[in-house]
Design a protein around this ligand. Structure first.
Ligand SMILES: Cc1cc2nc3c(=O)[nH]c(=O)nc-3n(C[C@H](O)[C@H](O)[C@H](O)COP(=O)(O)OP(=O)(O)OC[C@H]3O[C@@H](n4cnc5c(N)ncnc54)[C@H](O)[C@@H]3O)c2cc1C
Length: 260
């Protein structure tokens, strides 16, 4: 039985910084996460993507943010329980009894639920042919951006991830950004930057187009995109990236997989 002051459920940025704040006020804590590493969405879904909205940090990647948060809590020697999913919380007089999927048990005075989106999975292209290329030339998140250097990439989506990656990859790759609408849901500054790059010929922007099909043998060779009015274009592509959003359940203990 692990006994401590506070148990933090979730080693994403919220859980990591919370551990720092607890350390500052002199409380001991341990952190449990069902992933095999700390960092939450930042490390699992976009380790290589640039982040621009952290106060006093003009730019960093998901991995750099995680590493810095870990560095910041190093003085507190916090114990991590990774690959463990919290499944049960029970009140035990003035304390809590917590149990994980792997049978690890905790007796703690307080719990911080920093479970973020809980379990998440990317929303995928509805086109059947995409499945064949998933993981080799079609991706829903980027783990290593160096594979795209000098390649042609078709990015689908109109949110922050699609825009941020289109801007970032246009430095060393030929980028097509394809979005089903004229308007974007991402930050206005990024929308303006994408439009600027399009006007300068550094990126090709296709709005009101959607994926029609993807063609190739082992790897993708071209992508067919279809305009709202029916026109079809076939564009060369070494890689296809889809950044739509994630399928999340609504917030509940159930989403976190916890019996309460
Ligand atoms: C593709 C993408 C790009 C993004 N880009 C940006 C950006 O540029 N700027 C920005 O500010 N934000 C961005 N975000 C959002 C940002 O990543 C999240 O707001 C942030 O990760 C939330 O942190 P968190 O610690 O609250 O939750 P999370 O990062 O979701 O971490 C929660 C952790 O809890 C764990 N967990 C959940 N349930 C349990 C359980 N029962 N037992 C054990 N562990 C559990 C999960 O495994 C996870 O590791 C982006 C998100 C995505 C998906």
């Amino acid at each position: 039985m692990n006994k401590t002051d506070v148990l933090i459920i979730g080693a994403g940025p919220t859980g990591l910084f919370c551990a720092h704040q607890l350390g500052i006020i002199g409380l001991n804590c341990e952190i449990v996460d069902n992933l095999d590493k700390a960092g939450g969405q930042c490390i699992e879904l976009y380790p290589d993507k640039p982040i621009y909205d952290i106060p006093a940090v003009p730019e960093c990647t998901g991995e750099e943010l995680t590493n810095n948060l870990l560095k910041q809590i190093k003085p507190f020697n916090i114990k991590f329980h990774l690959n463990e999913r919290v499944e049960e919380l029970k009140k035990n007089q003035n304390r809590w009894h917590v149990k994980t999927s792997g049978g690890v048990e905790f007796d703690v005075a307080a719990i911080v639920i920093a479970g973020g989106v809980g379990s998440f999975e990317p929303r995928k292209f509805p086109v059947k042919e995409c499945e064949k290329f998933e993981g080799n030339s079609l991706f829903y998140s980027i783990k290593d951006k160096s594979i795209f250097k000098d390649k042609t990439i078709s990015i689908f989506g109109g949110g922050d991830s699609a825009l941020d990656w289109a801007i970032e990859l246009s430095n060393a790759s030929k980028v097509n950004l394809i979005h089903r609408r004229d308007g974007f849901s991402g930050a206005e500054a990024s929308v303006q930057k994408v439009k600027e790059l399009n006007e300068q010929g550094k990126l090709n922007l296709y709005t009101k187009y959607q994926m029609d099909t993807v063609l190739g043998d082992k790897n993708i060779k071209t992508v067919k995109i279809k305009h709202d009015e029916g026109e079809i274009k076939e564009i060369k592509s070494d890689y296809v990236l889809g950044f739509f959003w994630f399928n999340y359940a609504t917030w509940s203990y159930f989403r976190l997989g916890i019996k309460y």
